[in-house]
Ligand binder design. Structure first.
Ligand code: FE
Length: 345
């Protein structure tokens, strides 16, 4: 008798829950939704997702993560709500792919919008913006043409004059990987050792902290990503740091300027796959690329799109033409060299 009663109550509860769910989902329409796991910040992603929802009616949910994305998705397994992953740096994209958490997308729009060096040859990740890793040079202490190549940073004339962040930081590792790609492991080790010998202080802080150190007279050149120039110029406290330097686009001796990406990958168990691919196409489209260009001083990736005026003023450069997946494969060698020369020590 008691169990019969329990059963009855259960049925009523179940009915109520389904009614509530119906009411809750009634407003979402037929376009459906999509879930993003993002290491990129809300100020950048929100304008893009707003534009996407406006165009398609698809509701976008974003989980902004600071770390642990791979662990989270691995733990969630097949039940992961993630449709796509947004992050910066080829090493982070490659790590998500290596963890088996993505699936390939073969798509004409993506292939047309994204140059082949900025997408995975196996179609698991796609670049959406680029940033160059450049030299910030003191306007007062470094003359035009004094440094034009990455190799030049190893010249003893810079002894005690270079500032940089940790050799194990993802941005630095990608640059070291590119040095290995262009000059071989042995030369790359020599280069790292020489650059270390030229440092004004132990590697520390982020890219902007190095420019601050130039402004403060601690060093004359530093290595950093392009968009930080824009960020510093827009920050009242940091504008003076930015004003003390100019951007130099160094090149490899047999290549262009080192470029990294922010990008996207389709999650292996994406529950809203069709919508996810729509979002990927949208983010690579000229319209979305314009939003990217204005929001974060990065370079848009699609053909016939231009960077913001301010970014254009920094000058033009020839991006290195290596496929970033080739650099991702050199990551462990780069880290090993960094350790061997005790770059941060
Ligand atoms: Fe950054």
């Amino acid at each position: 008798m008691a169990s019969f009663e329990k059963n009855g109550v259960f049925k009523v509860l179940k009915y109520l829950v389904s009614v509530i769910l119906l009411i809750l989902t009634a407003g979402t329409g037929t376009a459906g939704e999509i879930n993003i796991y993002s290491y990129r910040q809300p100020f950048l992603i929100q304008p893009l997702t707003d534009a996407f929802t406006e165009e398609t009616g698809i509701k976008v949910n974003v989980a902004y993560l600071r770390k642990g994305m791979i662990e989270k998705m691995t733990a969630e397994g097949k039940r992961s709500p993630a449709d796509v992953v947004l992050t910066v740096d080829i090493s982070r994209l490659a790590a998500v792919v290596d963890a088996g958490l993505t699936q390939p997308v073969v798509n004409e729009t993506l292939n047309n919008n994204i140059p082949s060096i900025y997408r995975d040859p196996d179609n698991h990740w796609f670049g959406l913006t680029t940033r160059a890793r450049i030299i910030y040079a003191s306007k007062d202490k470094v003359a035009d043409g004094e440094v034009t190549t990455y190799k030049g940073l190893a010249d003893p004339k810079w002894k005690g004059r270079i500032c940089t962040r940790s050799g194990t930081n993802a941005y630095t590792v990608a640059l070291t990987s590119a040095i290995i790609h262009h000059h071989g492991t042995e030369k790359a080790e020599e280069w790292l050792r020489s650059v270390k010998n030229n440092l004004a202080r132990k590697p520390q802080g982020n890219d902007r902290a190095q420019v601050k150190a130039i402004w403060a007279g601690e060093c004359d050149i530093s290595i950093g990503n392009t968009y930080y120039m824009g960020k510093m110029l827009k920050d009242p406290e940091q504008k003076a740091w930015a004003d003390s330097v100019r951007i130099v686009f160094p090149e490899f001796e047999n290549g262009g300027t080192h470029v990294n990406i922010s990008g996207i990958a389709l999650a292996k168990y994406s529950p809203n796959k069709e919508n996810a691919i729509k979002l990927m196409e949208f983010l690579s489209s000229p319209d979305a690329q314009k939003i990217y260009a204005l929001a974060n001083f990065e370079y848009p990736i699609a053909p016939n799109t231009e960077p913001a005026e301010l970014v254009k003023n920094w000058g033009s450069f020839t991006p290195d033409d290596v496929n970033l997946m080739d650099l991702a494969k050199l990551r462990s060698t780069a880290l090993k060299l960094t350790e061997i020369v005790d770059f941060d020590g």
